[in-house]
Design a protein around this ligand. Sequence first.
Ligand SMILES: [Zn+2]
Ligand SMILES: [Zn+2]
Length: 238
Amino acid sequence: MSSVRLNGTRRILRQGAALLDAWLPTRCALCAARGAHGFCAACRRLLPWILIGCEVCGAELPAPGVCGGCQAQQPQYDHAIIPFKYREPIAAHIQMLKYHKQLRHASSLATMLCMRVWKSMHPLPELLIPIPLHRKRLRHRGFNQSLEIARRVGKELGVKVSHASLERIKNTAPQTGLGKAQRERNVQGAFHAPRRLSHTHVALLDDVVTSGSTVNAAARALKKAGVQTVSVWAAARA
Ligand SMILES: [Zn+2]
Ligand SMILES: [Zn+2]
């Protein structure tokens, strides 16, 4: 082979590798180590894991069981799987996904969420439904971060993703800075399932769960549409 052709081949291979790198999330999201899916083993140890979560809402607990809040009032959803506390570096990754459309963070968060789902031994849902944005918010942001995570999780676990099964009919004010009661009022009646759902078990997917008011209102709408069991899957809990 002539050296010109050899150089050309090398260049194509290099470009191919760069393209593959861009397509496959094979670098650690924290230290960029190669070959890591989501985060490398060393960085995984540094992440703000929820080690023991409430069996219903996923809030961190010192010992396995159901938290006081869920004992006092059972949420509309039945079970939550949330791997992380909303702390750094996860909080920054969620913000970079949400406000700067850095989709690689959707991939790394999805990988970690899938690991938690497998580890939970909980039955997989028939459908994965991302928390919808109101059409005005969607137009402004251009994409739904929860749908981006859901697509990747659905692909990895082989669960169908539906973004048409639930609508956000109220353009609610941002929940930031509101107390629990205000948050509940704010999202009351915010969601609507446009048609009956024949699924027994679905999972709602959100990026961050704070007071749980949003996922609660969404779960209420899904149960009204005929779903029996609603799981909540999220990347982090504030
Ligand atoms: Zn790393
Ligand atoms: Zn709880």
